[in-house]
Ligand binder design. Structure first.
Ligand SMILES: [Zn+2]
Ligand SMILES: [Zn+2]
Length: 584
């Protein structure tokens, strides 16, 4: 933790250095803010003349020159008036000064050299000149609205990468290169999984036959796990009257992201941005006795959010996405068992089967800000101690995020580390004490009274789109056999073996009609056929020539180029059936 803080301080100090270099090279540039981020730092500027990425080496060189003269940061407190005077030509800093000085807080300035001082709250490296100049580099520029608001001016953001050492930086750059090769936007097209059409619109991916197959297989897998712990499927329409969301509170909360519809009769409807309110109405259809609880509803269904065009990215951020959603309505006394079942019997096996390393974050409420949360302290403490107990009983590494809870309840957030070492937030299980209150959901308990129920939200993949973007990059498109759209490619060397190729296919299909097999009967060389099947990441390639034909065998190789030699078709069938069954 201490190391981490040190690195954040270095990154933040480098942001100051970047601003100083820019001001030196481009006098009259207006500087705004420059925080440390996960892999380095950035700084947002308003340039008089636009710059391009070609200018970055020059700026980086200037940073490294200035760096030698920078030691520690000198702190001083200033009155708001003095700060206004210092930044009188900079509307951005003036806006910050107004904000920071509003509650009578003192403003602080940090001086790092004779000619450079910045408004800042602190957190710097002890000695800037001691930072290894090879451990950081400027990486890219991007447009960024002032304060992230598209109504504001577009600024130029310069990004820098910074790590503890040159080795760490190099490791990161290698990872970026590999990530670039595995970019799901490129691989998705290469593997013919999805397409984004200009006519349909950005953020609205369309799924090809292969992509649809993969989606359905993933969804079936989650369902297979859920079914075992007593879930039932439900189905809902994709629109609703405004009243449902007014009651749930989502009309207010999602007001900027809702796709709204006005009917010809003038009624207001909306496309659903989530499924919880609809599902409450399925539960509310009748009075449940405590004996009938938990009620567990699973529903994979598309949600719609009006994301800003600039925020859209491949499958990671879209306007229409399928959630593998589920809601459990149960008594508070049943919460622990329900959570344990979802965790151990669904989340864990699902992510394990893809080789993701899972970590947990317990997202808890902040007891210092009780006004931010719904419900009494006692209920929160009970709920959180259940989650903590569950976490402590398992071997999974976990952290606690105080203040990370939703306003309606604490959460179990799962983080998956992929094969490139990147961390993604994936499954989430949330306790909700709010929706049951708003919709007056209860059961009849042992004494015949109305007892308020609790709602558990549990999405395993989250959205299939986002999960697939992670999975494509994690596997580099090399899906496990059970998930590969084409599992076996049969490659006859010449036309003479086409009939035999077909008989091999039929024999495979006779063993299991669900095998996904393609025969490449094009008049191409065997080398070309192997290359194409490999590019398609087809797990197994069966090569058939004269030798195989006369012996009645097959030769098998894998997409990684491993030669498995010749074997009987029945031996191959056994092998792949086991691999599919084990979901390896
Ligand atoms: Zn600072
Ligand atoms: Zn929900």
């Amino acid at each position: 933790m201490e190391n981490n803080e040190k690195l954040q301080n270095i990154r933040h100090s480098l942001a100051h250095l970047l601003a100083a270099a820019v001001i030196k090279l481009y006098p009259g540039t207006k500087r705004t803010i420059g925080p440390a981020i996960d892999n380095g730092f950035y700084y947002d500027f308003e340039f008089k003349e636009p710059i391009t990425e070609k200018d970055l080496p020059k700026i980086e060189k200037e940073m490294k020159k200035l760096q030698k003269t920078w030691k520690s940061f000198e702190r001083r407190e200033v009155a708001a008036d003095e700060a206004r005077e210092l930044f009188k030509d900079n509307p951005y800093k003036l806006e910050l000064i107004e904000e920071f000085s509003k509650d009578g807080q003192t403003l602080t300035m940090y001086k790092s050299s004779e000619y450079f001082e910045d408004l800042c709250r602190g957190g710097h490296a002890d000695n800037v000149s001691a930072i290894d100049p090879d451990s950081f580099k400027l990486s890219k520029i991007a447009g960024a609205y002032w304060r992230g608001d598209e109504k504001n001016k577009m600024l130029t953001r310069i990004y820098g990468l910074a790590f503890e050492s040159k080795e760490e930086l190099d490791k990161y750059l290698t990872m970026l290169e590999e990530a670039e090769k595995r970019d799901h936007k490129k691989l998705g097209v290469l593997l013919d999984l999805f397409v984004i059409s200009d006519l349909v619109g950005s953020g609205l991916p369309l799924w090809t036959p292969r992509g649809t197959l993969v989606r359905n297989l993933l969804d079936d897998y989650v369902w297979e796990l859920r079914k075992k712990i007593g879930y039932q499927k439900v189905e809902i329409p994709h629109i609703t009257k405004k009243e449902l969301y007014e009651k749930s509170g989502h009309w207010e909360k999602f007001k900027n992201e809702l796709f709204r519809i006005t009917t010809r009769e003038g009624h207001e409807f909306a496309m659903k941005p989530m499924n919880c309110p609809h599902h409450t109405q399925i539960y509310a259809r009748k009075q449940f006795s405590y004996r009938e609880l938990p009620q567990r509803y699973a529903n994979t269904t598309v949600c719609y959010r009006d994301e800003q065009t600039g925020e859209l990215s491949g499958l990671s951020r879209v306007r229409a996405f399928a959630q593998d959603d589920a809601h459990v309505f149960c008594r508070f006394s049943q919460v622990k068992e329900e959570l344990a079942a979802i965790w151990d019997k669904v989340v864990q096996p699902f992510y394990e089967s893809f080789g993701f390393n899972l970590k947990l974050r317990l997202s808890l409420h902040d007891p210092k800000q009780p006004e931010k949360y719904l419900g009494g302290q006692q209920r929160w403490q009970q709920a959180e101690s259940i989650l903590r107990e569950l976490a402590e009983q398992r071997s999974m590494e976990f952290s606690q995020g105080v203040g990370e809870a939703a306003f309606y309840g604490p959460k179990l957030d799962f983080l998956a580390t992929d094969s490139l070492g990147r961390q993604w937030q994936v499954a989430t299980i949330q306790l909700d004490m709010n929706q049951p209150e708003r919709f007056d959901l209860y059961c009849i308990n042992e004494t015949g009274e109305h007892e308020r129920v609790v709602m558990i939200h549990a999405a395993i993949m989250g959205s299939i789109e986002r999960f697939l973007s992670i999975l494509i990059e994690h596997t580099g498109g090399n899906f496990p056999l059970w998930l590969s759209p084409v599992q076996v490619a049969i490659l006859p060397i010449s036309d003479n073996q086409i009939e035999y190729a077909k008989s091999v296919r039929d024999e495979l299909l006779l063993a299991d009609e669900n095998f996904r097999i393609e025969i490449d009967d094009r008049a191409e060389s065997i080398g070309k056929k192997i290359r194409d099947a490999t590019l398609q990441k087809i797990p197994y390639q069966i090569i058939i020539g004269e030798k195989e034909l006369s012996a009645g065998h097959i030769s098998v190789r894998t997409r990684s180029g491993e030669d498995l030699g010749t074997m009987e078709v029945s031996v191959f069938v056994e092998k792949i059936l086991t691999e599919i069954k084990e979901k390896k």
